[in-house]
Design a binder for this molecule. Structure first.
Ligand SMILES: NC(=O)c1ccc[n+]([C@@H]2O[C@H](COP(=O)([O-])OP(=O)(O)OC[C@H]3O[C@@H](n4cnc5c(N)ncnc54)[C@H](O)[C@@H]3O)[C@@H](O)[C@H]2O)c1
Ligand SMILES: [Zn+2]
Length: 354
């Protein structure tokens, strides 16, 4: 087992990365025999994963609440449903929620934990690659409202995060590739060791080899936790985690957040951001080609030709990286370091997209 520490001061937490087996001790440290647990999961998470977690928790009262799979469950309605269940179970501050699923389950469970009785413990057990390398770390919790995605939420760290590569065996290919998009992002925004590992092991990664999965998850989390620990509330450096996201979010919005996974959209977004970096003179053409070839080596799509500037423009303006009316972009330099800038020529965005 590998353990990485994230967070600061009293909100410090451990992220455990494991293979198939995990012991009771992991949960029993934070959950006493007389405590209650509510596992929140969704209908797409295979039952055997739920059983595995239930079987190693020793407390007397464990309930499971299964939301419908999909983004729609990150809603007020689910929030209300979970709150009702917590009241019905007489949950108090010594009891715990467990988020067992992807980012949808993680985000809503975290938000419920942050707000019920002004904050109770929650444990993240992410079961998608995207949740393992991204959403379970960093303490962002949220629900969606008709006005937009993730507009109601809080920063609230879990008690700990338990990651098992074993969960990934059942993950649909499209969801696996979505997570790989975020893994590659960490390689492009500064984790050079991860970049080399991906370049040397693309076949093993596409075959979901357990050993290599553990390594790339570990490296991804090291980068994410270093950045989010420095900037817990997203006032500065955390912005670089949005490399590819201005364009990626615009692609997702263009599809009405359907038909395309987040990872697939941001992967194309990273190609567009790399092209802007190239046209702005920050990187050379070999570097741009290298980025595209790393993406393709994992079987991900780099070709963004079907998205024109005229399609994406309106969505880029409402992206959260706009502050004071100015669009900020995350670009990369020749050393594969990402930086935030509002100093670029809009023509280079048009050029990258046409
Ligand atoms: N909090 C953050 O920092 C953060 C960061 C990135 C994304 N997010 C959020 O995460 C969400 C996306 O997360 P996601 O990509 O994990 O999607 P998701 O949670 O919708 O999961 C994708 C699908 O995979 C299924 N699934 C989960 N685990 C499985 C397994 N082991 N085997 C088979 N199927 C499984 C789920 O049922 C679901 O249908 C979005 O709501 C996004 O806003 C949050
Ligand atoms: Zn993302």
């Amino acid at each position: 087992m590998t353990t990485i520490i994230a967070g600061k001061g009293s909100s410090k937490y451990q992220i455990h990365i494991k293979g198939k087996k995990f012991s009771k001790a992991i949960f029993n440290k934070d959950i006493g025999k007389n405590n209650k647990v509510l596992i929140i999961t969704d209908s797409g998470v295979p039952k055997k994963h739920i059983r595995k977690i239930k079987d190693i928790i020793s407390c007397k009262k464990i309930n499971v609440l299964t939301l419908n799979q999909g983004e729609k469950s990150k809603s007020f309605a689910s929030f209300q449903k979970i709150m009702n269940m917590l009241f019905a179970m007489n949950f108090d501050r010594s009891d715990s929620l467990i988020a067992l699923g992807g980012g949808v389950v993680g985000d809503i469970t975290g938000f419920c934990a942050a707000t019920y009785l002004r904050g109770i413990n929650y444990i993240q057990v992410p079961t998608t690659l995207l949740a393992q390398v991204d959403s379970s770390v960093g303490g962002k919790t949220a629900i969606n409202v008709p006005q937009g995605k993730n507009l109601i939420g809080s920063f609230y760290n879990p008690k700990f995060v338990l990651i098992s590569t074993d969960f990934l065996k059942t993950l649909p290919q499209e969801q696996y590739e979505s997570g790989l998009g975020e893994v590659i992002k960490y390689a492009f925004i500064g984790n050079k060791k991860l970049k080399k590992i991906i370049e040397d092991n693309s076949k093993k990664i596409t075959e979901r080899n357990e050993k290599i999965l553990k390594t790339i998850i570990e490296e991804s989390i090291k980068t994410k936790s270093k950045i989010v620990t420095k900037d817990e509330k997203e006032n500065g450096i955390r912005a670089i985690l949005n490399f590819g996201h201005t364009f990626g979010h615009a692609i997702e919005a263009h599809h009405g957040y359907k038909k395309i996974t987040h990872g697939a959209a941001i992967t194309m977004g990273m190609v567009i951001a790399a092209k802007v970096s190239f046209f702005e003179g920050h990187i050379k053409d070999q570097q741009l080609e290298n980025i595209i070839s790393v993406i393709k080596s994992l079987g991900l799509k780099a070709d963004h030709k079907k998205y024109k500037y005229s399609d994406l423009r309106k969505y880029m303006k409402i992206d959260k990286k706009v502050s004071n009316g100015q669009l900020n972009l995350i670009l990369i330099d020749k050393n594969f370091n990402a930086f935030k800038t509002s100093n670029f020529n809009n023509k280079n965005i048009i050029k990258a997209l046409n």
